[in-house]
Design a protein around this ligand. Structure first.
Ligand code: PGA
Length: 247
């Protein structure tokens, strides 16, 4: 597995169910041309998480970036029509896998326990899980954010997780795809809460996600407690993504 502690910043692109072969060819051409003039720094980890169907195509073309899955099966192998296992992701070169994204939790009813099983499956196959947590707007307005995050983190982590193999992504659900973001102080407060007040997480890498774009990425990345970004919509626009990467 990679030594994730050596990375000063980790920037993951979550393409969700978007893209096409044509899109990917153009995106990778433009990413190579523009971005890597700026990034020669091995301490920056860039991860592209495409839809499964395009993963192998990208695995063969990616330079200077790592490949990630957006999800993996609860099961290791067998009669689970439509599923993709962690070992299949590893087989094609994935070193990361997003697990427990709020869209999976909300639309597909994934529970903390299922997220922890998916994290276990990833780790068994030498893939770093990126475990997503975040509160709803209602929970935020009820001042329950920290309580909700503590429970999600404790129950979504597995016994084998540690700061060398697992990444946490804090993604407030109300910020995802909405154009809204917490203030920098709020982001700092939540990341510090996870690192300092939930026992055992002080050295974990914690990414922020939710409406990150080039106009706000620098400010967020400059926060001491933020180890990187998980980017949805803005990662589909290569110019935006290049600007975010040239922080
Ligand atoms: P967004 O999505 O950047 O489009 O808000 C982030 C995510 O869902 O990971």
């Amino acid at each position: 597995m990679l030594e994730i502690q050596k990375f000063t910043k980790i920037i993951a692109a979550n393409w969700k169910m978007n893209g096409s072969i044509n899109f990917i060819n153009n995106f990778l051409n433009d990413l190579d041309d523009l971005t890597f003039e700026n990034i020669n720094d091995q301490s920056i980890c860039i991860i592209i998480c495409p839809p499964f169907t395009y993963s192998y195509l990208i695995a063969n073309k990616l330079k200077n970036c790592y490949l990630g899955g957006q999800n993996c099966s609860l099961f290791l192998e067998g009669a689970y029509t439509g599923d993709v296992s962690a070992s299949m992701l590893y087989d094609i070169g994935c070193q990361f896998c997003i697990v427990g994204h709020s869209e999976r939790r909300t639309i597909f009813n994934e529970t903390n326990n299922e997220v922890s099983i998916k994290a276990t499956n990833s780790l068994k196959k030498n893939i770093h899980p990126i475990i997503c947590v975040g509160e709803t707007l209602q929970q935020k307005n009820d001042n329950r954010t920290k309580e909700v995050l503590s429970k999600q983190i404790r129950e979504s982590m597995n016994d084998d997780s540690n700061n060398d193999n697992t990444i946490i992504a804090y993604e407030p659900i109300w910020a995802i795809g909405s154009g809204l973001t917490p203030s920098l102080d709020e982001i700092e407060d939540i990341h510090n809460f996870i690192k300092n007040e939930i026992q055992g997480y002080e050295n974990y890498k914690i990414l922020y996600g939710g409406s990150v774009k080039s106009a706000n990425s620098k400010g967020i990345l400059n926060l001491d407690s933020v180890d990187g970004l998980l980017i949805g919509g803005a990662s589909l626009n290569v110019d935006e993504f290049n600007k975010i990467l040239s922080f």
